[in-house]
Design a protein around this ligand. Structure first.
Ligand code: HEC
Length: 215
């Protein structure tokens, strides 16, 4: 009895196996469980009769924003720049030594090839002939004022929109990364103020004038 059942099962298996064979290499032959070969769901880019516009991949609802997205409300105008300067201020919680170190790393990766490692506009791109930006310490902004006085909002505005020869860096940097870079730019701005930066242990200050009238 056992041998008989066994033979029948074996025969059935061999038949099933052979009938699955097929000379056409493009077809799977007998599909034992078709769903394993073909998913009943629509492929992302395939046509779709269910939706009115015939597409499987639907656009997000108007006004949808990604998780964590921060809307920058100031337009790329002189007024937008000035309003941002007054209102767009770095969240105090970000002000940590770790974030400053991260800001330095990001600045070196995204800004130093033009602005230079110390903010003196001597990055590799500039030494090869690209018109230099103003120095962060002694330069004047083309929008008026000294570079060393640029506020959080003014630097953020520049990262967001770019300025003349400097392109926007909005697509490369998250909001938090921008704030970290801004923290570091503020360090570079300070480093050039001789009265504070060169005070030695005896309290002697350098001869350099306090108000910077250069450029
Ligand atoms: C391709 C070279 C280049 C790169 C990269 C670059 N900048 Fe600039 N940046 C410039 C130039 C050139 C100017 C001067 C634009 C002008 O005033 O016409 C400038 C100006 C600025 C100013 C002054 C804006 C003002 O209000 O006057 C700030 C702040 C600034 N850059 C920050 C940054 C930061 C932060 C980064 C990195 C995220 C960066 N830049 C990357 C070339 C660059």
């Amino acid at each position: 009895m056992f041998t008989r059942t066994f033979s029948v099962t074996l025969l059935a298996s061999v038949v099933a196996l052979l009938s699955a064979c097929n000379n056409d290499t493009k077809k799977p032959g007998y599909e034992y469980m078709p769903d394993m070969y073909r998913s009943p769901s629509y492929e992302t880019n395939s046509p779709n009769p269910v939706f009115k516009n015939g597409m499987t991949s639907q656009k997000p609802v108007a006004g949808t924003i990604p998780v964590g997205y921060v809307h920058y409300p100031y337009p790329n105008t002189p007024e937008g720049y000035e309003t941002a300067s007054r209102e767009w201020i770095m969240p105090a919680t970000l002000n940590t030594p770790e974030n400053l170190t991260e800001g330095k790393r990001l600045y070196e990766a995204y800004c130093s090839h033009c602005h230079g490692l110390t903010g003196q506009a001597d990055g590799g791109v500039i030494t090869r002939g690209f018109p230099p930006p103003p120095s962060y310490t002694t330069g004047k902004s083309s929008r008026g004022g000294d570079m060393k006085d640029l506020t959080d909002g003014k630097i953020y505005h520049t990262i967001q929109y770019g300025l003349n020869l400097m392109g926007s860096h909005a697509s490369q940097l998250t909001v938090d990364e921008r704030w970290r870079i801004i923290m570091y730019v503020h360090e570079l701005q300070k480093a050039g103020q001789p009265a504070e930066a060169t005070a030695d242990s005896t309290g002697t200050k350098s001869e350099a004038p306090k108000s910077d009238k250069k450029m």
